[in-house]
Design a protein around this ligand. Structure first.
Ligand code: FAD
Length: 600
């Protein structure tokens, strides 16, 4: 129900008539106490979590949710999957309406009501609704305004062919454009073309959706590889998957201009001079905290201009809380301050803020891990904790281990390889993990995220007791394997070298390839000595002679056979080190290092 276009909102003033005793954990509000007035700005993930929790804690509070858009409580994470057609019904994305929220939670939800200012002295917000401006008083104010899209410096972004994918209206516009392109496509003609700018999580989901709908897609990313948070040795797996689905990949370049007559096809010019034809363009290059309202009210801001909050989500004003994409968070591993525009933290913060506003027991905010996951056609990529790049820039000493186990028992049909990378502190503490694969990635990354939160070490991972039967895992689960490998690295049982050290290793060590002659023939490092691991014990003298006092840098395909070889050589007194992740990791990072295949 829209409020009267008067200033101020009379009902709000009555409710905002000052402070009152707050019922504590499970307490009953004193009879006759004025109802608390809670105002929430932003009615989606964080805001709606807070409003719903506040109602569950306080039956009598006056709770008003102000949302500038047309929809509340919609599933923004589901938007790409309606575009693809996987979520068939648009209504499935609209989890609630103001009416359903009034019915079930007695919330006063006002869509198309934009908060334009906060008067902290009078504890009022200024609102512009469909029927004009008004003011609304509060005892407790929650800011959940989310994020704003970063607008990249591309000429012609106002062309009608250019879209974004952030809101339900964005989705509707994209759906209409795609539908029209497909309907008007002459029989036998080439697929309509789209250019997606930005290969982050949402950009990749948009690519998948558009390809699924039958469009040809070019993907443009400024960073050197797709999904920039991913470690560089994993990203090529996604690039291959994209290429296998016909996606044209343009990394290390930016889009500079969109040109074309209105309502017709366009061309997208890239910074390297490439010109891509397109019928539609989707731009999603990241977000920044929507903290303008908070800044104008003089609330303290932190990293990236995000709203600074305490462990209970309270801002620098004791009557104002803030949650979600708009707030500053601390990264759990590096301690860096920043933002984490993800739905999980926003929802949990909303619940915490409501607890705090209602005087309930709170669970103080933990630093964030940034656990995230994305599907790219048949592959899944997931991250938790600090990436290698983040650890390097924070100056945190760490060892990186790479493994490529099967997601369940190799002898059970359907086993798929998981590519897992994890970083450990010298004392064994897990610092971060990433995984890419066709199955079982979500389970491993969630176990590792839990381990990170619990401060677990390599020893702990090695001892984790995880569910096992052949269709689900292995007696030594990939997570246990990570622990075993890290134990070996950290206690010196298996010294290792990294693919990133290749040039240095080639200059100062003998590279020993312990794969089979067939694998060697299909591609190897120039100058590497081939000694299959089964022949190793008989050829120690030959290896010692070839090394001529230099260390021996051993490798196989994945790191398993070369681990055995490393142990044999070290048992013979040779300074041998194993390539972390083997040929699979090396060739992902350094495809240029592979010598031409030879015939044997
Ligand atoms: P939002 O949910 O964005 O809500 C903020 C609301 O505040 C908006 O509706 C806005 O209109 C309103 N608002 C802003 N200013 C005002 C004002 N002055 N007055 C009134 N209203 C205002 N995260 C994941 O973890 N996993 C995913 O798979 C995932 N997929 C995503 C897919 C898409 C397409 C998008 C866009 C996001 C996705 N996210 C995902 C991110 C996730 O949706 C956000 O992190 C989360 O919604 C943030 O919650 P929030 O409450 O801070 O902001």
């Amino acid at each position: 129900m829209a409020p009267a276009p008067t200033t101020p909102d009379p009902s709000a003033d009555a409710a905002a008539s000052g402070t009152h005793p707050r019922p504590h954990d499970g307490a009953v509000a004193p009879a006759g106490a004025a109802p608390r007035s809670i105002v929430v700005v932003g009615g989606v993930a964080g805001g709606m979590s807070a409003a719903a929790r506040a109602r569950r804690l306080d039956e009598h509070a006056r709770i008003v949710v102000l949302e500038q858009g047309e929809y509340v409580s919609f599933a923004n994470c589901g938007l790409p999957y309606h575009l693809s057609g996987e979520i068939e019904q648009r209504e499935a994305l609209l989890l609630h309406t103001p009416e359903s929220l009034a019915r079930t939670l007695r919330l006063d939800v006002r869509t198309r009501h934009r908060v334009t200012a906060i008067d902290r002295v009078r504890r009022e917000v200024s609102v512009v609704g469909p029927e004009g401006p008004y003011r609304l008083g509060y005892d407790a104010l929650l800011l959940a305004p989310g994020a704003e899209p970063v607008v990249p410096p591309i000429d012609g972004l106002d062309h009608p062919a250019v879209h974004s994918l952030r809101t339900v209206p964005d989705l509707d516009a994209l759906q209409a454009a795609v539908g029209e392109l497909l309907r008007n496509r002459p029989d036998g003609s080439e697929a309509p073309r789209a250019v997606v700018v930005g290969a982050g999580f949402i950009g990749l989901e948009a690519v998948e959706a558009l390809v699924t709908r039958g469009l040809h897609v070019d993907l443009v990313e400024l960073a050197d590889h797709v999904l920039p948070p991913l470690d560089p040795e994993l990203a090529p797996l996604l690039a291959e998957e994209l290429a296998a689905h016909g996606v044209g990949l343009h990394t290390g370049v930016s889009a500079t201009a969109v040109t074309g007559a209105p309502h017709g096809p366009v061309t997208v010019t890239l910074s390297d001079g490439t010109v891509l034809p397109a019928h539609l363009v989707v731009v999603n290059v990241g977000v920044r905290p929507a903290s303008g309202l908070a800044a104008a009210a003089g609330l303290e801001l932190g990293a990236r201009g995000a709203i600074r909050v305490d462990a209970d989500q309270r801002t620098s004003d004791p009557h104002i809380w803030a949650v979600g994409d708009a707030v500053e968070v601390r990264q759990a591993v590096t301690g860096a301050l920043g933002t984490v525009p993800l739905a999980g933290p926003a929802n949990r913060q909303g619940r915490r803020a409501a607890d705090s506003m209602c005087g309930h027991r709170t669970t103080p905010q933990q630093p964030v891990l940034g656990t995230a996951i994305v599907r790219v056609f048949g592959l899944t990529a997931a991250v938790t904790g600090a990436s290698q790049a983040a650890l390097r820039s924070a100056g945190i000493t760490h060892e990186v281990v790479h493994i490529h186990p099967s997601h369940h028992a190799g002898y059970f049909p359907g086993a798929e390889q998981i590519h897992l990378v994890a970083s450990f502190a010298p004392d064994g503490r897990l610092l971060g993990a990433q995984a890419v694969g066709r199955a079982g990635v979500d389970k491993r990354i969630d176990v590792l995220a839990t381990a990170l939160r619990a401060g677990m070490t390599a020893d702990d991972l090695a001892e984790l007791e995880l569910a096992y039967a052949p269709p689900y895992g292995s007696a030594k689960d990939p997570v246990n394997m990570l622990g075993f490998v890290a134990q070996n690295v950290l206690d010196g049982t298996m010294p290792q070298w990294q693919a990133g050290e290749l040039d240095d290793v080639r200059a100062h060590a003998l590279v020993l390839d312990v794969r089979s002659p067939e694998e060697y023939a299909a591609g190897h490092l120039e100058g590497a000595l081939l000694v299959p691991h089964t022949e190793l014990r008989d050829r120690i003298a030959e290896i010692r002679a070839a090394a001529a006092g230099r260390p021996v840098a051993v490798h196989c395909a994945s790191g398993v056979r070369s681990y055995l070889a490393t142990r044999i050589l070290r048992g013979e007194g040779i300074d041998a080190r194993n390539l972390s992740g083997g040929w699979l990791t090396l060739t992902a990072l350094r495809p240029d290092a592979v010598a031409q295949p030879v015939t044997v």
